[in-house]
Design a protein around this ligand. Structure first.
Ligand SMILES: C[S@@+](CC[C@H](N)C(=O)[O-])C[C@H]1O[C@@H](n2cnc3c(N)ncnc32)[C@H](O)[C@@H]1O
Length: 207
């Protein structure tokens, strides 16, 4: 994360990926949707989608150390519609009750240790409305096979930075999701060898 010209935290990648992500989210979002974002970072995605779909309620969240910058962006660019960001550590915090129509998280699973992924899936499922979906954006491999050399290099650079980081396995995520009743619905190719994984909570949760 860098600091932009306006002194707010800034991600160049967010500027590049926000339009293709928005196209996917737009299809998935119902009328007047309630959204929870996990690991909002700079808040650029939230600001962009809030302008695109002014009727949505997009709740940003992040670790305590990122909240000041995130809130500053919301205050300056949220057009009075974005709710205040909340502190949410996937492993530690109480999650908001919801229900949310959509839980969104971009570029977070490869930053968090792998042990966070099952927890993120379970808690997302718990706060989703029946029929709602979890949307995860980022780089993924399949059973250890990277979809591009650049993803493999990125995986190596993450692990050199911190051995707990690393590009995650879409197949393992799908198996974990299925086991808790989140149905894998889509696996969409995105620019720069990223993907969007979509999981749906059934209309009626199985007994
Ligand atoms: C690479 S940044 C991505 C930020 C933003 N979503 C984006 O696409 O630019 C990873 C984000 O995950 C957040 N994160 C890391 N560990 C977390 C955890 N345990 N719980 C919640 N968020 C976490 C970081 O604070 C950071 O904002």
């Amino acid at each position: 994360m860098m600091v932009g010209r306006d002194d707010l935290p800034w991600s160049e990648a967010c500027e590049r990926n926000r339009v293709p992500i928005a196209r996917v989210l737009d299809e998935l979002l119902p009328q007047r949707p309630q959204v929870l974002e996990i690991g909002s970072g700079t808040g650029q995605h939230a600001v962009f989608f809030n302008r695109l779909r002014p009727e949505l309620v997009w709740r940003c969240s992040d670790l305590p150390e990122n909240l000041v910058g995130l809130q500053a962006r919301i205050d300056r660019e949220g057009e009075g519609r974005l709710p205040d960001a909340i502190e949410l550590d996937v492993m530690r915090s109480d999650w908001p009750c919801g229900p949310f129509d959509l839980v969104f998280s971009a570029n977070t699973l490869h930053i968090m240790p792998w042990t966070h992924t099952p927890v993120l899936l379970e808690r997302s499922c718990a706060v989703l409305a029946n029929g709602g979906c979890l949307v995860i954006y980022g780089p993924f491999h399949d059973n250890g096979v990277h979809i591009a050399p650049s993803n493999e290099a990125f995986d190596r650079s993450l692990k050199a930075r911190d051995p707990a980081m690393g590009v995650r396995d879409a197949q393992r995520i799908r198996a974990l999701a299925s086991a808790i009743g989140l149905q894998p619905e889509a696996d969409l190719a995105m620019p720069a060898n990223n993907r969007i994984l979509v999981f749906r909570k059934p209309d009626r949760a199985p007994n």
